[in-house]
Design a protein around this ligand. Structure first.
Ligand SMILES: *Cc1c(COP(=O)(O)O)cnc(C)c1O
Length: 371
């Protein structure tokens, strides 16, 4: 009954291991933000990412916010962000009182373009947030050189790219900070959750402090600045520890899914984004761009796919087009690319046979649309 199966865009991979770690956390009664799984999760994630320190927080958005604060970014400062990303990247900048400046993308790999960034720099620019979008790393050599030239902090938004590598280096340890999300649709999940990675001990201490109301580490209930409750719970961390134990398995399965999709989705009517020669991507979401697709036909395509039991989602809208950020950002590549693209079902437990069924349905539906 394969043809009756509904393929969601995403779902978590939860095994007995996740369940046993989580029930162990609950039975220990350490259900808030202290407990052995928090420490183990932070240590395992730092090791996984090849960085010195990882700080577990409540979600990926506050991970960016805390990194910006630890980098000294605040009201009156400008921060370069790609116009093509999930809204959280821009929101985190707003949450610290700074202004996001929207930068165009490289049409091949969909990540931030340093040439456009150099046109958008202002005397107030303090930081840059490259996003390793859909699992493909941004060009960190160019970004590092650019940031050095203008004395900018680099915060890598790795929410969609756990385990991706740039020239062999795992993302999250290349810039000053790396930020990760562990939302249910991300490569590894804790339900809700985030991590800040850094190689700086003082930055780690500052982020740790801010996540817990900036309570003095030496004088309990004495607070040194305005902090937050951005803590992760031990139960969430237990889920994360199990996911990290399965990291190799999860990444390998996703890489097989990626190959299976890419074999089918590069035709005369559609293509996948390219993989740069310096990139070892991870596969967060399958991306496909369809020749001649526009916002309207894209909605039609996604509706048709859904009626055939294949879920999909649109590429991100340009942030500079949406009400809270409406501005003329001059980002032609972002505007050209976004409406041609959709994402197809991508999750760890998807089989290659399923990918082929989905591709059959997708390709015949695109033909039917006759763009
Ligand atoms: C998911 C995501 C975030 C935010 O993570 P949350 O855990 O949902 O707060 C930030 N940036 C990007 C690019 C994302 O995809």
């Amino acid at each position: 009954m394969l043809e009756l199966q509904f393929y969601p865009i995403s779902k978590p991979s939860i095994t007995k291991l996740e369940k046993s770690f989580m029930s162990d956390a609950i039975e220990s009664e350490w259900i808030s933000s202290l407990g052995k799984y928090i420490d183990l999760f932070e240590d395992s994630f730092a090791e996984f990412s090849g960085v010195k320190y990882a700080v577990a927080v409540a979600n990926g958005t506050c991970a960016i916010q805390l990194s910006l604060l630890a980098a000294g970014v605040g009201p009156g400062d400008d921060v370069l962000v790609p116009d093509f990303t999930f809204i959280a990247t821009a929101n985190a900048v707003k949450h610290v009182g700074a202004n996001p400046i929207f930068v165009d993308i490289d049409p091949d790999n969909l990540c931030i373009d340093c040439i456009d960034a150099s046109k958008k720099i202002t005397p107030h620019t303090k930081a840059m947030i490259p996003v390793h979008l859909y699992g493909h790393p941004a060009n960190m050599d160019e970004i590092a050189a650019f940031a050095k030239q203008y004395n900018l902090a680099i915060i890598e938004d790795c929410a969609e790219s756990h385990g991706a590598r740039f020239r062999g280096k795992t993302v999250g340890g290349i810039g000053d900070f790396g930020t990760f999300s562990f939302y249910g649709n991300k490569i590894f999940t804790t339900g809700e959750g985030g991590v800040v990675t850094t190689n700086s001990l003082s930055a780690r201490d500052h982020v740790r402090n801010l996540r817990d109301h900036a309570m003095s580490p030496t004088k309990r209930y004495w607070h040194t600045e305005v902090g937050f409750n951005f803590r992760m719970t031990n139960v969430q961390a237990a889920l994360g520890c199990a996911q990290l134990q399965r990291a190799t398995e999860i990444l390998e399965k996703r890489s097989i899914i990626r190959e299976a999709y890419h074999r089918r989705l590069n035709t005369s009517i559609c293509k996948t984004p390219q993989t740069a020669d310096w990139a070892s991507p991870t596969h967060w979401m399958t991306c496909v761009q369809i020749k001649g697709l526009k916002d309207d036909s894209r909605n039609k395509l996604m509706q048709l796919l859904k009626s055939k039991n294949v879920d999909s989602r649109p590429y991100f809208y340009p942030i500079s087009d949406m009400p809270p950020y409406k501005t003329d950002a001059n980002t032609p590549v972002t505007h050209e690319v976004y409406e041609t693209g959709i994402n197809l079902p991508t999750y760890t437990d998807l089989e290659v046979g399923d990918v082929n069924v989905i591709c059959d349905i997708f390709l015949s539906t695109v033909e039917e649309l006759n763009l």
